[in-house]
Design a protein around this ligand. Structure first.
Ligand code: ZN
Length: 494
């Protein structure tokens, strides 16, 4: 297997992958798309169901305004053109999790078209990946093959998910590497989270991704035959599956074969894709306009109201962080990964008056501790205002940067403020020259060998002396003052 994978990477030196993603995103509505059943993950099977979402004869769908509003948020946040009139259509197919025998989707006239998502380009700038369309549709139920006493003989079906509102976001085939596909998905997820459209939880299926992959000889333009890979339920799987599939196709072509248009399933355990069925054509679904729903008409006022309620989006915020706070692009990208992190950072930057220090502390300490504790930012024991107090103590020279790290750990554990901890523990930085001179004199007197080395021209020994003085003062000495006084003591007449 390992050899096959290596050979695959080798042929990719000669073939270029062309990748487009179709992302299904569950909308954060209270109810389902066409009925008032609750839209909630994790409830006992078949507890959130009614005649509409069970597809019982005579039941009629009623479109949720909340779902349309969220779909509009997604469309406007990605710069799509929203169409005043869109049309729901029946997509007919037979599957046990689809009680009506059709899914209500949008086909010829989707809610929105165009738009783009920005991903990082190699040089630190951003590159646009174009969107083809965003349309609304309902989810199907879920088959349960495992976890029951009878699972050996039969499968169950849970209709809680039947009728849950989705949007499908279809990109152009603008992606060229598995990493770009990963970055696109991350950027799209961030936009959807900022806009409050989805919780972005891939484990719970709130975001699901299919990838259209083809390859072509490098340097050529014509598109190859593509395969659609389904079942990509994590960021890691998306990148791995695409890499594997592109290499597979390239190997087929190099061996003189032909790539077949088909749907393939990613098997994460085996690390490979396998043919699932030949790719359906649109006519297989016998689409026709949904007779039980009128066309969806969204007024200009509605669109403008939604547009006006959108927050600043990740790409704009990232640019502003670079411009206003002088942050490097990398820092800005890390700090805008979610709205909560960006809000936290901005509050700390403003309150402390030191945006660069705030950026370093949020990235290296706050995010690290949250990861260690597996806590969300909402559960962070150190509020941004409290972090700002700590940074101000460092900036004023009240405590050293080294002590600040210890104080931060105590703040994290106790929720106490920095000034109280510093006061109680007597951690104030010692800048008083008299006190420091005394400590330095002791250290120098106790280390004649090192003093001789220093005076012999090995001035790097100074660092060792600084360390000794810091130790003696419990890390509280002001390093700049210590440096200056040490030089004086060592360079001066002895
Ligand atoms: Zn229902």
């Amino acid at each position: 297997m390992a050899t096959a994978a290596a050979a695959g990477r080798d042929v990719l030196a000669r073939f270029e992958p062309v990748i487009g993603l179709e992302v299904h995103c569950q909308l954060l509505t209270r109810t389902k798309l066409f009925c008032s059943c609750r839209n909630r993950f994790g409830d006992a099977p078949n507890t959130n169901v009614c005649p509409v979402c069970l597809g019982l004869p005579g039941a009629l769908p009623v479109l949720s305004r909340e779902a349309v509003t969220l779909a509009l948020r997604a469309a406007l946040a990605t710069g799509c053109t929203v169409h005043e009139t869109s049309v729901f259509a029946r997509k007919n197919y037979f599957y046990p999790d689809l009680p009506k025998g059709y899914q209500i989707s949008q086909y010829e006239r989707p809610l929105a078209t165009g738009g783009h998502v920005e991903i990082p380009a190699g040089d630190g700038s951003l590159r646009r990946v174009r969107l083809h369309r965003i349309h609304m549709e309902e989810d199907a139920g879920k088959l349960l093959h495992e976890g029951f006493a009878w699972s050996g003989e039969k499968s169950g079906v849970d209709f809680n998910r039947s009728g849950v509102p989705l949007i499908e976001i279809v990109s152009h085939p603008d992606l060229r590497t598995p990493e770009e596909a990963h970055d696109y998905l991350a950027a799209l997820r961030a936009v959807l989270l900022y806009a409050g459209v989805s919780d972005g939880n891939m484990e719970e299926g709130s975001l699901r991704c299919d990838a259209n992959v083809s390859v072509r000889p490098r340097g050529t333009e014509a598109l190859g035959t593509r395969a659609e890979i389904k079942n990509l339920n994590s960021f890691r799987h998306v990148a791995r599956a695409i890499e594997h599939e592109a290499a597979r196709q390239a190997a087929v072509i190099e061996a003189g074969g032909t790539v077949v248009q088909e749907t393939r399933l990613w098997n994460a355990d085996r690390g490979e894709t396998a043919s699932m069925r030949s790719k359906e054509e649109a006519h297989d679904y016998r689409y026709f306009p949904e007779p039980d729903l009128p066309p969806l008409v969204v007024s200009l006022e509605w669109i403008e109201e939604v547009r006006g309620s959108l927050p600043e989006l990740p790409a704009a915020r990232r640019r502003r962080f670079v411009a206003d706070y002088g942050l490097p692009g990398y820092d800005a990208a890390v700090l805008t990964v979610s709205r909560e992190v960006a809000d936290y950072y901005e509050a700390a930057a403003r309150e402390s008056g030191n945006p660069k220090a705030a950026s370093n502390w949020v990235m290296s300490e706050v995010l690290r501790k949250l990861k260690e504790d597996e806590r969300p930012l909402a559960g962070c024991p150190v509020a941004p205002e409290r972090l700002a107090e700590l940074l101000k103590l460092v900036d004023r020279g009240t405590i050293s940067g080294k002590i600040a790290k210890d104080v931060f750990e105590r703040m994290w554990a106790s929720g106490e403020g920095a000034p109280a901890i510093v006061e109680r523990e007597g951690l104030t930085q010692v800048s008083d020259e008299g006190a420091l001179r005394a400590a330095i004199a002791e250290v120098v007197a106790a280390s004649p060998e090192q003093a001789a080395t220093y005076r012999g021209g090995r001035t790097a020994t100074l660092g060792w002396f600084v360390g000794q003085v810091m130790k003696k003062t419990g890390g509280r000495a002001n390093p700049q003052v210590v440096n200056a006084l040490l030089r004086e003591a060592l360079d001066g007449p002895s």
